[in-house]
Design a binder for this molecule. Structure first.
Ligand SMILES: C[S@@+](CC[C@H](N)C(=O)[O-])C[C@H]1O[C@@H](n2cnc3c(N)ncnc32)[C@H](O)[C@@H]1O
Length: 270
């Protein structure tokens, strides 16, 4: 593991411990039977009943376990040991059978050394891509773990959002490059889910454009079924966003009109 990944892992270890008690991650609601998944991925991915599902960068496993409740046999992967520990605890607390929900501690880039098998579905969502240094290698790993005819699905913060720092009433302020091959450093003493001060506030991230993501999947041999760009986001990324009853955050009045969520569904050729 390089220094960038080690620094990021320390950050995620700290957030994995913090997040289960934050309102954004409604663990009580989940334990009461609610799904943590957004309507988008549930509708666009469709039924996973009876499927094997690999969830990359699963954090502390709430979405992974929500897919298990929808009938999939799930494997969640994350490089944060704390996240994996919390995921296993949450699984047990939720009374989900360990044979139906496995959690593997691994860097995505080392997963072929740490996990065997093929999966009907490979899933990843919201806040994953920018932690990855090599998007082509990521797509190859997805292809490696998909069974022929299997489905890859991603719902992600739109890459344009990564380039925007703040908004005012008029328009979003573009602060970071959209096109960049460099690694970027970000320092913040707070995470995204609460106002708690954190110690491991330094992270390193990479900008991947929508084209980079799609071309990586195409280059790995996947057939793209659809690409959707949506003017809503799953958390309060900008101060003037307003949350709807559907848990999506939008700009009041619909402006500024930037894409904030990207979803892609693709298939591995038979
Ligand atoms: C924003 S969270 C995932 C969000 C997820 N949708 C959720 O909210 O539960 C990003 C996750 O990616 C993991 N991660 C970052 N880089 C990784 C890598 N190279 N390999 C595996 N996991 C990684 C972090 O540990 C973290 O749990």
């Amino acid at each position: 593991m390089d220094d960038f990944s080690a620094t990021n892992r320390d950050h995620w270890d700290e957030l994995a411990e913090l997040h289960p008690s934050t309102p954004l991650y409604d663990v009580d609601g989940f334990l009461a039977g609610e799904s943590s998944l957004m309507d988008l991925e549930r509708e666009e991915l469709g039924s996973v009943e009876g499927n094997s599902l690999l969830h990359l960068q699963c954090h502390f496993g709430m979405d992974t376990l929500s897919w298990a409740r929808e009938g999939a046999t799930v494997t969640g992967v994350d490089f944060s040991p704390k996240a994996i520990e919390m995921a296993r605890e949450l699984r047990d607390e939720a009374g989900i059978d360990a044979e139906r929900a496995t959690f593997v501690e691994s860097d995505v880039y080392e997963l072929t050394d740490n996990l065997d098998g093929e999966f009907d579905v490979v899933f990843t969502s919201y806040g994953t891509i920018s932690w990855l240094s090599d998007i082509d290698r990521w797509a190859e790993i997805i292809d490696h773990f998909l069974t022929p005819g299997g489905t890859f699905y991603i719902a992600e913060i739109h890459p344009v959002v990564g380039a925007v720092e703040k908004t005012n009433e008029q328009w979003a302020k573009f602060e970071y490059p959209y096109f960049s091959d460099e690694v970027h450093r970000f320092d913040d003493d707070k995470g995204y889910a609460s106002d708690d001060t954190i110690e491991n506030g330094t992270t390193f991230f990479w900008a991947h454009t929508t084209g980079d993501i799609l071309n990586a999947l195409i280059g790995a041999g996947l057939d793209i079924e659809f690409v959707h760009e949506l003017p809503k986001i799953c958390y309060q990324r900008f101060p003037n966003l307003v949350e709807g009853d559907d848990r999506w955050w939008r700009f009041p009045g619909g402006e500024p009109d930037i894409p904030m969520t990207l979803s892609v569904k693709a298939t591995k050729r038979e």
